[in-house]
Design a protein around this ligand. Sequence first.
Ligand SMILES: CC(C)(COP(=O)(O)OP(=O)(O)OC[C@H]1O[C@@H](n2cnc3c(N)ncnc32)[C@H](O)[C@@H]1OP(=O)(O)O)[C@@H](O)C(=O)NCCC(=O)NCCS
Length: 134
Amino acid sequence: MEFLEELFHKTKKDKNRPLPEVDLLEPEDGSNIYRFLISGTTGERTGYLLSELDGNVAHFSIYVDKQSAGKGYGRKLWKRFKSWAEDNGVIQIRGHLVPDDGRENDARKFYHRIGAIITKDNQIIINLEKPAQT
Ligand SMILES: CC(C)(COP(=O)(O)OP(=O)(O)OC[C@H]1O[C@@H](n2cnc3c(N)ncnc32)[C@H](O)[C@@H]1OP(=O)(O)O)[C@@H](O)C(=O)NCCC(=O)NCCS
């Protein structure tokens, strides 16, 4: 069953179709929230990732519209965010698994795919590699 769900999810994704680039908006005055935004191929906003930097820890939450799920938007947001975090000296990324109108299982699978640890109390933890010493 689990296997069939995975297969279904994969066939929904057309790996050859390029997705729009992720926009990064810097925090506005008085805020510490970085916003990563992605639009669909016709320009509509399809997903976002929000992050707050706390020293070398980045807290985040991610959301992709139900209609756009399974098409690679989440992965693209994640890749952009992770490389930004690495460039900014982040060593740990933390989030929280939030049940969202029955999509908690999708989120769990997504987090497993990106190599996250999910604790019993639904904390999401991703430890980043320390940059190599030169
Ligand atoms: C979790 C969420 C961000 C995933 O976004 P998405 O655009 O659907 O994910 P993608 O299509 O980019 O998939 C990324 C990877 O996760 C896997 N994955 C995601 N959902 C899956 C599912 N339901 N079943 C199997 N695998 C799944 C994909 O196979 C893919 O793996 P790959 O890139 O190695 O091939 C999205 O479903 C969502 O916003 N959910 C609701 C909000 C939520 O729960 N947010 C988390 C709280 S912080």
